[in-house]
Design a protein around this ligand. Structure first.
Ligand code: ARG
Length: 510
């Protein structure tokens, strides 16, 4: 009897093991058709209507979005969208941080070297947009020596680069390109025809028009990383919706026209350019990067000088006995310190001219002026606080002593307080200088070609993000380290203890 007990236990545990094994097997190798769907991470830039846009409730919408959703349904996978700037998409695909992008992206030979494309899904072309009252620009040839706005990394930008003497203004997004044209800052804009036409129609932009003839014939495709396992499914889904009428229906919905015939592939003449080494990539980029350095430096210098003048005045006014003055300077500092510099740049460059034009005043700011104004207004706020703190740090006894010697208020400030305060202000001023030097990179958003923007422009052409941005970072580092050395040297030079020691040494040596 006794022996039965362990064997029953054994049987029970055996049963338990078997059933758990069965459950495990069922969950690992499901026999039912509930196979988990794959989800593709898809990069999208929803500022390219009618292809990508945000709907009334902030949801993603547009021809491309509908199309990709239909493809995913036909080929049974899920989509997860992730917004990203257009010029960041190919680097992101190369790095495999996304599985695909949907961005009205033209299939080009250059891009095909670094990513794979689905079969073509849209026929498109570039068109020139100009002010409605312009009669001189009639073709690509008449754009010679003109200023042209384009979106970074697009075929429009590449085409504009080929025009002799053209001054190219590069922006992050297509709406900014059109805004630039509307504000009268450029002679023309080069963009995908369908996008410009849609913008003109949707927003009743009667101040601009499009030159009818298309400059190029392009086909959009869905890019994926090279040799991506998802490409097959995307192509299958696309083939299904092209033949079952879904594509035609979507085309009709968004373009109010019959869909044109699409080829199955786009072929380019074979070019046998090889992949360049890192050093040759950086070597080739150097002239442009150095040009960017020059721009960064003069932008910093201008802004620091104006910021110093403005900041000192505001800092002193902040200590005034007049309440209104104190209150106004306080409000100024609060505003410029409390709002992002990027927003201030947009307000000054895009907002101000648009506002003035609303009042019927023709006003536009060049990019240099707008950049310098934004950077100096912003740094003046910080410098004002540095100046105020510096002045307040000087003991009141000093002013009393100066005044008892018969110096007036201005003289006391000039000869007694300010020279001492300046020495205390130097370290925070050095910090501010370095911050400003790095913040100049923000004006890249208005297409100003300082160091960072030069880097982006190079990456938009050669798709070598890592090497180029590493080089850009290194150059900023050299600039900031150099400036901090200069400030330390200035601090030592202005230190009276050192000066008297030097004087002592001089006397000793005589
Ligand atoms: N088709 C043009 C190109 O591929 C412009 C695309 C811009 N797309 C965008 N989502 N902003 O270069």
């Amino acid at each position: 009897m006794h022996r039965l007990i362990p064997s029953r236990r054994l049987r029970r545990s055996l049963m338990f093991c078997l059933s758990s094994l069965l459950i495990l097997c069922l969950s690992v190798f499901p026999t039912s058709p509930t196979k988990a769907k794959t989800t593709l991470n898809v990069a999208i830039e929803p500022t390219f209507p009618p292809f990508e846009l945000l709907g009334k409730n902030g949801e993603l919408d547009g021809f491309d979005v509908d199309l990709f959703k239909a493809i995913a349904k036909a080929a049974d996978f899920d989509l997860k969208f992730q917004t990203m700037q257009f010029d960041g998409m190919i680097p992101a695909l190369q790095a495999k941080t996304v599985d695909a992008a949907i961005a009205a992206m033209t299939i080009t030979a250059e891009r095909q070297k670094v990513v794979d494309f689905s079969r073509p899904y849209f026929k498109s072309g570039l068109a020139i947009a100009i002010p409605a009252n312009n009669k001189n620009i009639t073709s690509l040839a008449s754009l010679e020596n003109k200023s042209i706005a384009v979106q970074i990394g697009t075929t429009g930008a590449a085409e504009a680069a080929k025009i002799p003497g053209a001054k190219i203004r590069t922006f992050d997004a297509a709406p900014l390109v059109l805004q630039e044209l509307l504000n009268g800052n450029v002679d023309a804009a080069l963009n995908d025809a369908a996008v410009t036409l849609y913008a003109i129609k949707q927003n009743n932009l009667d101040k601009i028009k499009i030159i009818d003839q298309l400059l190029t014939e392009e086909y959009y495709g869905i890019p994926t990383p090279k040799n991506s396992p998802s490409l097959d499914a995307i192509n299958k889904g696309l083939t299904v919706i092209l033949s079952d009428g879904t594509y035609d229906r979507l085309y009709q919905k968004w373009f109010n026209a019959k869909a044109p015939q699409l080829p199955e592939t786009v072929n380019f003449a074979k070019s046998n350019s090889s992949v360049n080494s890192t050093s040759s990539i950086i070597f080739k980029a150097m002239p442009n990067l150095l040009q960017g350095v020059l721009v960064t430096l003069y932008l910093t210098a201008f802004s620091v000088i104006l910021g110093m003048i403005g900041g000192s005045l505001i800092g002193i006014a902040r200590l005034s006995r007049i309440p209104l003055l104190r209150w106004a300077t306080r409000a100024y500092i609060d505003f410029f310190r409390g709002t992002p510099l990027l927003v201030q740049i947009f307000m000054i460059y895009f907002g101000l001219p648009a506002l003035m034009q609303g009042f019927g005043i023709n006003f536009n700011l060049g990019r240099l002026a707008a950049s310098v104004i934004a950077l100096s207004l912003n740094s003046a706020a910080y410098i004002a606080e540095i100046v105020r703190a510096g002045i307040q740090s000087i003991e009141t006894g000093q002013a009393e002593a100066a005044q008892s010697l018969g110096l007036g208020t201005v003289e006391t400030m000039r000869y007694v307080i300010f020279p001492q305060a300046l020495r205390r202000m130097l370290p925070p001023l050095g910090n501010e200088f370095i911050t400003l030097l790095k913040d100049t990179s923000l004006v890249a958003v208005i297409g100003f070609e300082e160091l960072f923007q030069q880097g982006r422009l190079i990456v938009a052409n050669n798709y070598r993000a890592f090497e180029i941005y590493a080089a850009v970072a290194l150059i900023y580092l050299v600039l900031t380290v150099l400036s901090s050395r200069i400030f330390s040297w200035l601090e030592r030079w202005m230190n009276p203890v050192n000066k008297s020691r030097e004087a002592d040494l001089e006397i000793d040596s005589k």
